[in-house]
Design a protein. Structure first.
Length: 256
């Protein structure tokens, strides 16, 4: 009987030790798996951040080239003489940078940047609308002084915004101050330049029926781009004060 009890005790000891071993081993494996998952997630985030940073660097270099070229052209040709050829000289580069800006919407959705979604969509689509859908199709207006002003204001704002994104939380005080104060002048002046161009492009668009879809056609659908623009411009004029005030609220939160 004593032998039987001793054997039972040995088996229980072995069982308990093996159970403890498996518990420790399982906990070790779970920690390893969690660490591996965290490392994989960190690697993915680093890759995504690297891609975002590359895009930001491209935009920064591109807009620096635009602003630098505009200043050199003014010094070499004279301010008034350089205005009419601004689009011919730099329009294709600005168009490329603005097409690349569509990635900003994706980056906001994926959390790569902390910008608000609605203002980002509004800015990207608003700029590309006036540039790619209207100005690119109205060479009669491409020599207008409003093109120079619009490009210059866009460039200044982007040379503040993109370096601020690159620095992140370590942004210099001057850059942070510019990020949340320069819009006070740049935003209304840029918006005004865009609307000056719309005012000059509307008669050309109507006369040449740019982007019109006339009936009859196979789809039995008509589209009047001129009337669409009247609605578009009216809406942007109505929304502008709200967006402007929203930027002041962001400024107050950040600067305080």
């Amino acid at each position: 009987m004593v032998k039987t009890n001793s054997l039972i005790n040995k088996y229980l000891t072995v069982y308990n030790n093996s159970k403890l071993y498996f518990i420790i081993w399982g906990h070790y494996n779970n920690n390893n798996n969690n660490n591996n998952n965290n490392n994989n997630n960190n690697n993915k985030n680093n890759k995504n951040n690297n891609k975002n940073n590359k895009k930001i660097v491209i935009q920064t270099v591109g807009w620096f080239y635009i602003i630098f070229s505009m200043i050199i052209r003014c010094l070499y040709l004279g301010f008034s003489s350089s205005l009419p050829t601004t689009y011919i000289s730099l329009g294709s580069t600005v168009c490329f940078l603005q097409v690349l800006a569509f990635l900003e919407i994706l980056h906001v959705l994926l959390g790569f940047t902390k910008s608000s979604l609605i203002p980002t969509i509004s800015q990207v689509f608003g700029r590309n609308h006036v540039l790619l859908l209207a100005l690119a199709f109205t060479p009669e207006v491409q020599s207008h002084w409003g093109v120079w002003l619009m490009f210059f204001i866009w460039g200044l704002s982007e040379l503040i915004r993109f370096p601020y994104y690159l620095y992140g939380n370590n942004s210099p005080k001057l850059l942070t101050w510019l990020r949340y104060n320069a819009f006070v002048i740049l935003y209304p002046v840029g918006f005004g330049a865009e609307n000056v161009l719309w005012y000059n492009m509307l008669p050309v668009i109507l006369e040449r029926r740019i982007h019109f879809i006339d009936m009859p056609n196979k789809l039995n659908f008509g589209f009047n781009y001129y009337y669409f623009l009247l609605v578009w411009i009216t809406l942007t004029l109505m929304v502008f004060p709200q967006q402007y005030m929203h930027m002041f609220k962001l400024r107050a939160k950040k600067m305080n």
